[in-house]
Design a protein around this ligand. Structure first.
Ligand code: GYE
Length: 330
């Protein structure tokens, strides 16, 4: 279902359940702000702050919680699944109304999700999916279609390079849904262009520093072999921006000597496209706060939710970046 339509259809229901809740205020209601007394307490287990994308997602969730008078318990896992599992156990012990989880990797969630389910605390997954044998362990997933994003990037690049050339790939965090699916989608997109080859592929962990470091190693290795790199495909903008720096430091021109394609469409990517150093980025919206809290409110009210809501994404390149940059929200 398209996210806008979904948001509209849930707004009425969410409004209704808040209104019903207001009739029933306990004495300590006076202490707090909007919808006091029935304020939901929601735990949010965030992965970390590895990219501009993630900072924008955190901000979207935090500001939406404030707007709705939800008490948010925010935890930053510093990229570690064990920290996320600990945070979820703490949320369960605190008897929060619901949990929002952005899972760092796909696997290893069953035990803790079973604990949340046993405690009857709904879990809403945002931005990354999990791989579990029983999908009743979470209520819903709100995320982009990462396979489609990878495919869009490959199709754009195949056209740009006329179907021929050597590509190096900067992967996201190992084991994460976007790294797995963006690789898969990109490879699917390349299937129609057999002259295009991924010659090197490594993880830069979704960070600018990681992207720079891996790209430096790729450039050095290619130079040693006398091989040419025609393009870089980065699983996010931050790694692409790091790679751009590495390319410049190697005395080459990113955007023309080496074509650079990435995913996310953060502000800095638009600036790089306008400057001519980044060629293309596929949008992946981090503005998930409104949809996440619509889902929380529905789940708490016992209203059924779709298992997945796919966020729609677009592609931008140097021909469209200048017009779009002013209206970007992240
Ligand atoms: O693309 C990347 C981030 O999970 C979709 O995580 C998200 C990805 C995003 O760090 O920049």
């Amino acid at each position: 279902m398209k996210i806008q339509r979904w948001l509209r259809s849930t707004a009425v229901a969410a409004g209704l359940c808040l209104a019903v809740g207001l009739g029933n205020l306990p004495a300590r209601a006076a202490e707090a702000g909007p919808a006091a007394g029935k304020r939901l307490i929601v735990g949010f287990s965030q992965i970390g702050a590895e990219s501009a994308w993630r900072t924008a997602e955190t901000e979207s969730i935090r500001s939406e919680a404030v707007k709705r008078g939800v008490r948010l318990r925010f935890t930053d896992a510093q990229q570690k699944q064990e920290n996320q599992i600990k945070a979820i156990r703490t949320f369960i012990a605190q008897k929060v109304s619901a949990i929002i989880l952005a899972p760092v990797v796909e696997t290893g969630w069953e035990p803790v999700l079973k604990e949340a389910k046993a405690a009857q605390i709904p879990v809403i997954l945002v931005d990354r999916g999990v791989s579990v044998s029983d999908d009743s362990l979470y209520v819903t997933l709100i995320a982009s279609d990462f396979v489609a994003e990878g495919r869009m990037a490959a199709e754009w690049l195949a056209k740009k390079l006329n179907g021929k050339g050597s590509i190096v790939e900067l992967q996201g965090t190992v084991g994460s849904a976007p790294a797995i699916d963006r690789k898969k989608g990109f490879e699917q997109g390349l299937a129609a262009a057999p002259g295009l080859k991924i010659t090197r592929s490594e993880s830069g962990d979704f960070t600018r520093a990681g992207g720079k470091q891996v790209m430096e190693a790729f450039l050095k290795a290619a130079k040693g072999e006398g091989a040419k790199i025609e393009a870089v495909y980065a699983h996010n903008d931050d790694m692409a921006l790091g790679a751009i720096q590495a390319i410049q430091e190697a005395g080459l021109k990113p955007g023309s000597d080496i074509i650079v394609v990435s995913i996310d469409a953060v502000k800095a990517a638009f600036e790089a496209m306008v400057a001519g150093t980044l060629n293309c980025t596929v949008e992946c919206s981090p503005l998930l706060g409104p949809a996440a809290f619509d889902a929380v409110e529905k789940a708490v009210a016992g209203t059924p939710l779709p298992k997945q809501t796919i966020v729609e994404d677009r592609l931008f390149d140097q021909t469209t970046a200048r017009d779009a940059i002013g209206s970007r929200k992240y």
